[in-house]
Ligand binder design. Sequence first.
Ligand SMILES: CC(C)(COP(=O)(O)OP(=O)(O)OC[C@H]1O[C@@H](n2cnc3c(N)ncnc32)[C@H](O)[C@@H]1OP(=O)(O)O)[C@@H](O)C(=O)NCCC(=O)NCCS
Length: 186
Amino acid sequence: MMDASPTLRTQRLILRQFQASDADTVQRLAGVKEVAAGTFLPHPYDLEAATKWIAQQQENFAAGNTIALAIVLAQEEQLIGSIGMEIAREHQLARLSYWLGVAYWNQGYCTEALQAVLDYGFTRLSLHRIYAPHFHNNPASGRVLRKVGMTHEGRMREHYIRFGQFVDVVIYGMLREEFLNRRRGA
Ligand SMILES: CC(C)(COP(=O)(O)OP(=O)(O)OC[C@H]1O[C@@H](n2cnc3c(N)ncnc32)[C@H](O)[C@@H]1OP(=O)(O)O)[C@@H](O)C(=O)NCCC(=O)NCCS
C-alpha cells in the first residue's frame, strides 16, 4: 500500500488525485478522437465511463498498483489531462500513460508533468525502471519521452490493433541510475 495519493507541483502545473467532479471535463477532453487515437481510451467516451474510471483509479491507488493524476494548470485551476503509472512492485517497474486535451498540446505540459512523475517514481517509490509504449503513428509522444531523457529501446511490429488497424508500438525506458545521473548533470 502506498501513502495517500501524492500531489506534485511543477512550475506551471499541479498533479493531483482525480475527483468525482472532474468527470465532465475528463469526458470532454478524453472523448475527442485525436486523444483516443494515441491511447486505448474507449471511444466514444461518455460521462458514465469517465465517472467509473475516476472511481476505479481511487480503488487502484488504494491497492497500490496504479497512480493516476489529474494534470491541472496551477494558475487557472483548469484540468487539462491525465498522467499515470501502472506499477509492478515485484519488478520495481512502472509503465507510463498520459494524455492532454487537444487545446493544450505542444506547450510543454506533458514534458513538465512527466518529469515530475519520473522524479516521484524513482525517488519516492524507489522504482528501478520506468517505461512507456507509444503507437508508432504518434511521434509527439516519442518526442516527449526523448525530451525527458528516456532511451528508445525498440519497436514491436503490428503489436496491437487500434481502430481496426494493426499498429507498431515503440518502447522507451529509463533506469533509476540514468534518472539520477541526468539530474546530477552527469
Ligand atoms: C502525446 C501528448 C500527451 C503530448 O503532450 P504535449 O503536452 O503536447 O507534449 P509537449 O508539448 O511536452 O511536447 C510535444 C513535443 O512533440 C512535438 N510534436 C508534436 N507533434 C509532432 C509530430 N507530429 N511529429 C513530431 N513531433 C511532434 C512537439 O513539437 C514537441 O516537441 P518540441 O518541444 O521539441 O517542439 C499529446 O499529444 C496527447 O495527449 N496525445 C493524445 C494522447 C496520447 O497520444 N497519449 C500518449 C500515449 S503513449
